[in-house]
Design a protein around this ligand. Structure first.
Ligand SMILES: Cc1cc2nc3c(=O)[nH]c(=O)nc-3n(C[C@H](O)[C@H](O)[C@H](O)COP(=O)(O)OP(=O)(O)OC[C@H]3O[C@@H](n4cnc5c(N)ncnc54)[C@H](O)[C@@H]3O)c2cc1C
Length: 452
């Protein structure tokens, strides 16, 4: 008899946690676990702004899958379609080869991609903050702007290179702007030809508040920190048009600018849209046990799924956070085990533990378990939390060492130049056009239907 096949799609917070728990809890020979994921690491996204600002090296937040998962078969590639009748996932390996991967239990955890809107010039010029490559690219790009601004004699060019716009006043955008502003503000020492007062950072958000999930007091505190550091915050405003050398805001202002970082929300992985299943705001509808209605043996979780938030009640769904994704990963593993063993599945319940927001240096705001903190205590909680949440000891030590080194030695402003002449569109980094239509999936799995 062949062992039941459990296929996990996505090696992020949710997928890796699920695989780890299955490895720990499965009996010998009870099932075979496979993980399909394009990269050899689990990306610790909450620290990505610190990679963009050079405080951490990319390796610090790329937690090795091979170190943590010993009993899982890892397929380097992504799932581009699912045939729920034949119970087959179609995978595109990193070589671009399409292969069929049969499953008995499928765990869908492909996360999310940057959400964009139909704004002229956005997809051509905006840069995202969702992948390791984007963070590394953005760091190089920002340093390039300092290098080029310091070298030019053209005032117009200098102004546009030294103005940076971040769209999105959630924690991702706020942390990105705050951490990057810190390195550009400290650049004067390495760039004596630049006047630090000419370097401008701007956060733009259509919402009336910054990071509303922090509550009024901490949101205001964060705003004061940003303003003290000279970061302009425009609320109730969005972007009307993006061009290579300027950005037009919806209130009519035209900002000379060659860097637009787009962090205005996330959308479920495009894989979800190809399934023909019910979605809510793009996320896959699932039960409180994280099963997908009408899809036998399929579970979904994390940013890609609208998991009911039973702790909040009132029909709420869990927000797309690492905190929920990780815990859902564990809960799904338990439910997969329960269905293997013919036991009842359990609902997912988790009460939010709060939020930590690192604004760089000693600046931070955080709300652990409802306690409102700012400054050094908030920063201690934020960094302690990240160290705890990083999954391997090597990753913890690497991160801690990077923090100490950066705090004592500062930044070297080294630009690698890697891919600097290549386009840097969201599509290039997030592979959003790699998926198959249901008909293409069916054509690919046709031979399997014949056998059924
Ligand atoms: C800049 C930033 C800062 C953040 N800060 C915080 C924070 O402070 N606290 C917090 O709780 N949350 C934070 N978040 C949100 C948090 O990172 C996400 O909610 C969390 O990563 C979701 O986990 P996931 O497993 O669903 O997706 P992910 O962690 O994104 O993992 C998805 C995985 O699936 C892979 N994948 C994608 N498509 C496919 C496919 N077709 N086939 C196979 N694999 C695929 C991806 O490569 C990735 O490995 C932040 C997010 C960002 C972008």
């Amino acid at each position: 008899m062949t062992r039941p096949r459990i296929l996990i799609v996505g090696g992020g917070f949710a997928g890796v946690e699920c695989a780890r728990r299955l490895e720990r809890k499965l009996g010998p020979g009870e099932a075979q676990v496979t993980l399909a994921t394009p990269f050899g690491y689990q990306l610790y996204l909450p620290l990505l702004p610190q990679v963009a600002s050079g405080v951490l090296t990319p390796q610090s937040v790329a937690v090795s899958l091979r170190r943590g998962l010993r009993g899982t078969r890892i397929i380097p590639g992504g799932c581009v379609g699912v045939d729920p009748v034949a119970k087959v996932a179609v995978l595109r390996k990193i070589t671009d080869e399409l292969v069929n991967e049969p499953y008995d239990h499928l765990v869908l955890a492909p996360g999310s991609v940057t959400r964009t809107f139909d704004i002229p010039g956005l997809t051509e010029h905006a840069q995202g903050m969702k992948t390791l490559a984007e963070a590394a690219y953005l760091r190089d790009h920002v340093i390039s702007q300092l290098d080029l601004a310091a070298a030019t004699t053209d005032e117009r060019e200098r102004r546009s290179r030294l103005q940076f716009v971040v769209v999105g006043g959630g924690y991702a955008g706020t942390e990105t702007a705050a951490c990057l502003q810190r390195i550009t503000a400290a650049a004067a020492e390495r760039y004596p030809r630049l006047d630090p007062r000419d370097i401008k950072w701007h956060i733009v958000d259509i919402a009336p508040k910054l990071m509303p999930e922090l509550g009024d007091r901490l949101g205001t505190d964060a705003m004061h920190v940003l303003q003290r550091r000279g970061i302009e915050v425009s609320l109730g405003v969005s972007v009307a048009k993006v061009e290579a050398e300027q950005v037009t805001l919806t209130d009519g202002r035209v900002l000379p600018c060659r860097t637009l970082v787009w962090t205005a929300g996330v959308a479920a992985s495009p894989l979800i849209g190809t399934l023909g299943a019910e979605t809510v705001k793009g996320r896959l509808v699932v039960t409180d046990r994280m099963t997908v209605p009408r899809f036998d043996g399929v579970f979904a979780l994390g940013d890609a799924a609208a998991v009911p938030d039973l702790a909040k009640g009132d029909g709420a769904v869990c927000p797309p956070t690492a905190q929920h994704a990780q815990r859902q990963g564990k809960a799904v593993a338990d439910n997969v085990l329960a269905s293997l063993r013919g036991k009842p599945l359990e609902p997912y319940v988790h009460k939010d533990l709060g939020l930590v927001v690192d604004l760089g240096g000693r600046d931070a705001v955080s709300k652990p378990l409802g306690v409102q903190l700012t400054g050094v205590p908030a920063q201690a909680v934020a960094r302690g939390y990240h160290l705890m949440a990083l999954r391997t000891n090597v990753a913890k030590v690497r991160t801690l060492t990077n923090w100490l080194l950066n705090a004592t030695a500062g930044d070297d402003y080294v630009r690698t130049g890697f891919q600097s002449r290549r386009p840097a569109r969201l599509r290039d980094f997030e592979y959003t056009d790699t998926y198959l239509t249901p008909d293409q999936v069916r054509a690919h799995t046709e031979s399997l239907h014949a056998r059924h």
